[in-house]
Design a protein around this ligand. Structure first.
Ligand code: NAP
Length: 516
């Protein structure tokens, strides 16, 4: 039997009561490690995190906590080779795809480390200026933000075991709030290993960081009113969580990042083969293939003027045909595996569902696997679908198939295009391609209400733009409506979730002494 990963709870490494379940290599099919979190005393462990971890973190200033994050970033950096090995084995990703997760995590932690330095040696944050409540100005009101005195529980998705943990943990720890991470079971190894490295190095105070591997029962029952819960995963699980008493009765603050039908839109007026057209083609192929399309931000719907439909289909398909698929250990392979057999089955079922309303423009099944046994490896070639009537294609706008697939759709004019993008009912990101700055800015504003982020690509930023799917810590991540309604990152905005805002009413001298 393979090694059992330990949980870290109550300041100790603890094993679950049972032998647990296996985590697998999705390319070779071999079991790698086991996880189990049954029988843990969650109430005691959570109390330790709140009291010991939270207390120790809150005794530090923002600058000091920022320094801890900088140390964490350096530590993770020094161990990165081991993380790449785990990612390759447990997520089936090629090096470039593992980097999106691992380097993205490290960059995010180090960014919040620097933000901490800028916040200085304080224990609370001011929220706006004081407002007079008395005519002579002797009495007034000032809002402050203070760290929540609960813990932050993160229930994460399988596709970003590293970044998914740290993009939440960095702002929480900077805020002074202890973290309990529950990575998705299938790929929990990388998150557990990163936590283990940080704990073993003694960088953070006891209780500041805990990890639970597997699916502990009663997880949400252990939450208390001042805790916060950040969930990333499917809309179905999100709905279950929203209805739990921790949320409905105890008012635990909840952030949800769920699935999303992200779009790419080539604005009218661009010819086939123009720079804007080529930028769209390149970005679409990148988004479809990075991490085998298992990115919450991946482009699922591609909108082009109807007269460019065939040219776009041809250009995207030609690039997709060159994508090599198979064992990520083979250097000639560009795209590795999906994360598990469950994901591969879900992908194939999803394709069948979408095909009812779409034609096949590039068939992923035509990609022979390199260095991998098709009967074992959870690999799938990239598939481009096309749907010439986007108005009637409800499945294309409603169903997120979590793998290397996207659908090309034509539009008649600008308003028609923007209306079709909105059919996603709230998305994480849409990217716009064009060369007319005014038209791009107008379209970005028009789509801003139903997206967390609008990524605009014009020829002048061809070499410098950060990519449709890359989530930068400086920008907001999340989306309204079906994307979950959550908000993460966005620089210091992320700290709001881990703070409580209160109005302090007092005389001018007291108000002045509250916060910077
Ligand atoms: P999932 O099946 O919903 O699982 C997500 C997490 O919830 C896992 O840790 C899972 O644990 C846990 N979970 C499942 N049932 C639960 C319950 N009843 N109570 C508490 N926790 C529960 O989603 P997934 O398949 O891992 O992730 C894929 C989805 O995530 C996609 O739809 C993708 O779009 C979305 N996603 C969104 C973002 C974003 O930022 N918006 C980022 C990444 C992924 P177990 O693994 O132990 O079952």
């Amino acid at each position: 039997m393979t090694d059992l990963l330990l949980n870290h709870l109550g300041g100790k490494w603890v094993a679950g009561r049972d032998s647990g379940s296996g985590l697998f290599d999705p390319v070779l099919g071999t079991e790698l490690v086991r996880v189990d979190s049954t029988g843990l005393d969650l109430n005691a462990g959570f109390a330790f995190a709140r009291d010991q971890g939270g207390g120790a973190l809150r005794s530090l200033t923002y600058r000091q906590r920022g320094e801890l994050l900088s140390q964490v970033a350096k530590l993770l950096q020094s161990n990165r080779d081991a993380y790449y090995e785990i990612a390759c084995a447990n997520s089936g990703t090629v090096k470039n795809d593992s980097a999106v997760d691992i380097e993205g995590a490290i960059y995010t932690v180090s960014t919040y480390g620097k933000l901490g330095a800028a916040l200085g040696d304080h224990h609370a944050l001011a929220d706006g200026e004081a407002q007079p409540l008395a005519k002579d100005g002797s009495f007034g009101s000032r809002h402050v933000q203070v760290p929540s005195r609960g813990l932050a529980l993160f229930i994460n998705a399988f596709n970003f075991p590293a970044w998914g943990l740290w993009e939440k943990a960095a702002p929480a720890l900077l805020s002074g709030v202890p973290v309990v991470a529950k990575p998705a079971t299938a790929t929990a190894w990388l998150a557990q290993r990163m936590v283990k490295d940080v704990i073993d190095a003694g960088v953070l105070p006891a209780g500041a960081l805990s990890v639970l591997c597997g699916s502990p029962t009663g997880l949400l029952d252990a939450l208390q009113p001042f805790d916060v819960l950040s969930f990333t995963g499917s809309a179905e699980t999100a709905a279950l969580i929203r209805s739990h008493a921790a949320i409905t009765r105890r008012s635990v603050r909840l952030n949800v990042e769920a699935d999303s039908l992200n779009a790419a839109l080539l604005l009218p007026g661009e010819a086939a083969g123009s720079q804007a057209f080529d930028l769209l083609v390149k970005e679409v192929v990148r988004e479809m293939t990075v991490k085998s399309g298992q990115k919450c931000t991946a482009i699922r719907r591609i909108f082009v003027p109807q007269e460019l439909f065939d040219a776009a289909a041809e250009s995207i398909s030609a690039r997709l045909a060159a994508v090599t698929v198979g064992n990520p250990r083979n250097e000639s392979v560009r795209m590795g595996a999906l994360a598990s057999r469950t994901q591969l089955t879900g992908f194939h079922d999803g394709l069948v569902h979408l095909r009812q309303q779409a034609e096949l423009l590039h068939d992923g099944a035509g990609h022979a696997l390199i260095d991998a046994d098709p009967a074992v490896a959870c690999c799938a070639g990239p598939t481009l679908l096309g749907c010439r009537d986007g108005d009637r294609a409800d499945r294309i706008h409603d169903v997120e198939v979590f793998g290397p697939v996207a659908t090309l759709l034509p539009y008649r004019n600008r308003d028609h295009a923007l209306g079709l993008v909105r059919r996603g009912q709230g998305s994480l990101v849409t990217s716009l391609y064009g060369s007319d700055s005014g038209a791009l800015a107008a379209a970005a504003l028009e789509l801003a209400d139903c997206h967390g982020r609008v990524h605009v690509v014009s020829p002048d930023v061809a070499a410098s733009h950060t990519g449709h799917g890359n989530v930068m810590p400086q920008s907001l991540h999340g989306g309204p409506g079906r994307a979950g309604g959550g908000e993460e990152l966005g620089g210091l905005r992320a700290l709001n979730f881990y703070h409580r805002r209160a109005a302090i009413q007092a005389g001018a001298a007291v108000l002045g002494a509250l916060a910077p």
